[in-house]
Design a protein around this ligand. Sequence first.
Ligand SMILES: Nc1ncnc2c1ncn2[C@@H]1O[C@H](COP(=O)(O)OP(=O)(O)OP(=O)(O)O)[C@@H](O)[C@H]1O
Ligand SMILES: [Mg+2]
Length: 449
Amino acid sequence: MSDSITAEPVRPALEAKNLYKVFGRNPKDAVARLRSGASRAEVSDAGTAAVIDASFTVAPGEIFVIMGLSGSGKSTIIRMLNGLLAPTAGDVLIGGRNVTTASPGELRTIRRESVSMVFQHFALLPHLTVLDNAAYALEIQGVGKTERRERAREILERVGLGDRAHAMPDELSGGMRQRVGIARALTAGSDILLMDEAFSALDPLIRREMQEQLVELQRELGRTIVFITHDLNEAMFLGDRIAVMRDGRIVQNGTPEEILTDPANDYVAQFVQDVDRARVLTASAVMEPPHATTPLSAGVRGALRTMRSQQTGALFAVENRRLVGVVTDRAVIRAVKSGETDLRNIVDSRPGAVPTVGPDDLLTDIVETAVEATVPLAVIDENRRLLGVIPRVTLLAALGNVPATTREMPIIQTPIDLVAEFTPLVDQAAGVPEPAAPVAAATEGSVRS
Ligand SMILES: Nc1ncnc2c1ncn2[C@@H]1O[C@H](COP(=O)(O)OP(=O)(O)OP(=O)(O)O)[C@@H](O)[C@H]1O
Ligand SMILES: [Mg+2]
């Protein structure tokens, strides 16, 4: 994409504009009636409205997932995308070229060079080796034997089948065969991969592995992928964006997070109820605005006032919006008693004093940190600017799909912390006014012992 360097918007890899597909006796009539508001059922005398007014764009390098129940129109859409089916109305543009109005010759070129399909049943040629199966698309393109085998071998390495190049298809497991199917699509060198239920026939563990591998491959190779599935967890894991279909219509088109946290209607909400949220939601999607904070310049007295008004036992200390550390109520009280006024001297800014996470971290990757933390997680950007906080209750609510917002920053004390508090010897022995180190140690002890 030569124009991606300039400020101009990148041309979509793929566009669907107001696509309709009606199977049956009188498709055009059905479309006219659908356009003027008739429902799918109302036009059933004229035909089956498989796809109704579907529009979307797919950016280069994106994984776009089309999800919906059986019969919702997913395969019909994908077949229109690669020109296997002609739309009853609407347009498909691939790299800006209109597939719908292309001549049969142009269409063949587009299909051969720009788009590859991967199906649920991988349709390997049983009499060809893995290598020649992977090279098959190139054979059709007329690429010479040496070159196509070389390119196929490279792709087989990438999908982890380098050592099976000379095996026959029936010597492979289902997962391996599917990887050969993907290798074949990748070897073709096309920019766009259309995958229709490509992993649905695989058993769950292999399926998960394939999903991870696909995301990795996509990152390495930057292909554009349209992936069809009726499995929501798969959709959420793979999709940069997801179109949810119902009865031929796209009822929502958004990022996995948008669909989870802001479903367009009850249908989508019900659909997403059982999603494994931890694998989808990121810290930025669940974080809350940081209220329990104090600028260092507020001094010890200021921090004390904020704690009282926020009814909390700890504050995040910030300077120029950057996170410096944490101040606890005990440290503040001690400072007040001893005449210390500078907040800087009582902030615990040691690494690890505040558990921090990045905005794009998945919940599944921050749960462990949250479990061990005594204060809410701080969400910070690469410049340590405090973007938000995630109290443990917020995290649990997000994972359980329970709406909850908190305004306070409850410091989570284990009983052992309190024992430490009431044992003056601990402080004296430690020789520091702030018992944060014993707190951390005590927490760990209480969890692990
Ligand atoms: N060639 C055809 N002739 C008539 N009806 C068709 C044809 N292809 C699909 N349909 C109908 O169009 C609707 C959408 O089918 P489609 O195959 O697109 O669904 P899907 O979402 O891919 O479902 P699945 O998850 O079962 O694969 C269904 O009602 C189906 O019966
Ligand atoms: Mg289908």
